[in-house]
Write a protein that binds this ligand. Structure first.
Ligand code: SF4
Ligand code: SF4
Length: 73
């Protein structure tokens, strides 16, 4: 199971325009029942193209925040 933060698609915001499906270079997205779905999450390279092209801001790519620990004083 991947530990990467994956694109989250809001089914409420998604209008099914398929722009994200068409632009994804990894073919990780498909349209199903008029909504975009990430059906191959293991293919996602986190390129952010889908988030950038979505006209309704239905796709959000959460940042992976890594805490390196406290710096020595
Ligand atoms: S680009 Fe946005 S609105 Fe269009 S199918 Fe993808 S998630 Fe839905
Ligand atoms: S971030 Fe890139 S690879 Fe991942 S689903 Fe979106 S367009 Fe595809």
């Amino acid at each position: 199971m991947s530990t990467l933060p994956l694109p989250q698609i809001s089914t409420e915001r998604c209008t099914g325009c398929e722009r994200c499906v068409d632009i994804c270079p990894q073919q990780a997205l498909v349209q199903s029942d008029g909504k975009a779905m990430l059906i191959y999450p293991e293919r996602c390279t986190y390129c952010t193209l889908c988030e950038d092209i979505c006209p309704t801001q239905a796709i959000a790519l959460p940042f992976l925040i890594v805490f390196a620990g406290h710096r020595p004083q």
